[in-house]
Design a protein around this ligand. Structure first.
Ligand code: PLA
Length: 459
């Protein structure tokens, strides 16, 4: 192993500062992707320890960091005593009653696990639960995937979607020849931080056009077309966060052809399989298209949203390789990434998922509950759209019903968002993203009133 690499990791305070420096340079504070992240990284970098700590603490130089742009919204919401407050920040599913949901199928699986006295709490292997890994690969790649049949896929259980992205990023930084990763603009706010700290160099490609509130397909093709050959490209498998705008199947095919012709390496983030269309297979089409051509790719899967296992932190990283012997060597190196990071993953959530995926009846029950969640979100889109139309709210709001997945990228600006939070106690990210999964028929009128007031006041 490369000794520079080891040194960098063992003495990681300086390497962390260096990487955050890179991050600060890459984040454009005017883009919605950046939110308030720019100030947080600058604050960390500017802090320097003094040799004579004031107040007697060796940590007295540590500056207060800002809250996370997404999870910090929940922190602010929790502090608000208003009875009408509404949290549309984090993408977490709520019922019509506004309550978090544990799927019935998850309760059934947990019951089976509790009743099975042969189950123990031993450490899992470094790569996690074998059944879970096999079934996760099948779920995303398809049960009849030739890549699985030919043993060209290695799958490791990771800490939900975020952990899978991070492990994949670190693997690439150690073993892949090209360090640049292109992420869409905008994207999930954690992507640039995850990949920068993994040791990759983050670049962006055009994705969303605020004028059309749709895909900037021309811009996307131009930016990927001018990326260096071999660069990694982060693609949202479906239900793009935060825009809710996905390429059509024909556009995916063009993206695939362009990427393969330039040997760009796809890294799929699949955090919403089943949440976009209500169908697990339909939502996996983009990934399957890239695997069907025999080429290589990475896929990070999360069970947070589609099984409602948010806090269980269950996910998987699959690396599809050209040959079985390569996949097996790749897996041996993934173990070297994981072991010093968290040793091995937790057992409970992965056991729930494996129990559901391997039992025909439970699997069927899951697909029905998943479809019901997706449909409730779609009905919230319709209700919000109708409520704004009824109020005669200025502007074209058809994007609310056109966008896909958990979020609506409303187009509301920072000022309007701040107004809605202050006057209506509605919490959302400052880029104007709202989690449709947090809405209910009861709360739609309140949100529509707030949007109407914000738009008419600040237009
Ligand atoms: N990838 C994308 C595109 C996501 O939107 C999220 C979660 C993840 C990965 C990570 O999910 P996991 O680690 O929990 O599996 N995004 C949420 C939550 C739902 C968050 O920010 O952590 C969001 O509100 O954007």
């Amino acid at each position: 192993m490369n000794t520079n690499f080891q040194a960098q990791h063992l003495f990681n305070s300086s390497s962390t500062d260096r990487r955050l420096g890179v991050l600060a340079k890459h984040i454009d504070p005017t883009s919605s992707m950046a939110n308030t992240d720019h100030s947080s990284s600058t604050a960390i970098i500017s802090a320097s320890p003094t040799s004579h700590p004031a107040g007697g603490s060796v940590f007295s130089h540590v500056v207060q960091a800002p809250e996370d742009p997404i999870l910090g919204v929940t922190v602010a919401y929790n502090k608000d005593p208003s009875p009408v407050k509404l949290n549309l920040g984090v993408g977490a599913y709520r019922t019509e009653e506004g309550k978090p949901l544990v799927l019935n199928v998850v309760r059934h699986a947990e019951q089976q696990l509790v009743n099975d006295r042969s189950r123990v709490k031993e450490y899992l292997p470094i790569v996690g639960l074998a059944d879970f890994n096999k079934l996760s690969a099948k779920l995303i790649l398809g049960a009849d995937s030739p890549a699985i049949r030919e043993n060209r896929v290695t799958t490791v259980q990771c800490l939900s979607g975020t952990g899978s992205l991070r492990v994949g990023g670190e693997f690439l930084a150690r073993h892949y020849h090209e360090r640049s990763i292109y992420i869409p603009l905008p994207t999930w706010g954690n992507h640039p931080k995850v990949f920068t700290l993994a040791g990759l160099s983050v670049k962006t490609y055009r994705y969303y056009d605020p004028k059309t509130r749709g895909l900037d397909f021309q811009g996307l093709l131009e930016d990927l077309g001018s990326a260096p050959s071999g660069a990694v490209v982060l693609l949202h498998a479906c239900a793009h966060n935060p825009t809710g705008v996905d390429p059509t199947p024909q556009q995916w095919e063009q993206i695939r052809q362009l990427m393969r012709s330039k040997a760009l390496l796809p890294f799929f983030d699949s955090a919403y399989q089943g949440f976009a269309s209500g169908s697990l297979d339909t939502d996996a089409q983009s990934v399957r298209m890239f695997v069907a051509d025999g080429g290589e790719c990475l896929v990070a899967q999360s069970y947070a949203k589609n099984m409602g296992l948010y806090g269980e932190r269950v996910g998987a990283l699959s690396i599809v390789c050209r040959a079985a012997d390569v996949a097996s060597r790749v897996e041996s190196q993934l173990k070297l990434v994981i072991r010093p990071m968290y040793s091995n993953p937790p057992i409970h959530g992965a056991s729930i998922v494996a129990t559901i995926l391997k039992d025909r009846n439970l699997f069927h029950e899951w697909t029905i509950e998943l479809k019901a969640m997706a449909e409730r979100i779609i009905s919230m889109r319709k209700q919000l759209f109708d409520a704004l139309r009824t109020r005669g709210t200025p502007g074209d709001w058809s994007h609310i019903i056109k966008q896909i997945g958990m979020f609506t990228f409303t187009g509301l600006n920072k000022e309007q968002v701040a107004f809605m939070t202050k006057e209506y106690h509605i919490y959302m990210t400052s880029d104007g993203r709202i989690s449709m999964a947090g809405l209910s028929s009861r709360t739609v009128p309140h949100l529509a009133d707030a949007i109407h007031a914000a738009v008419t006041r600040f237009s």
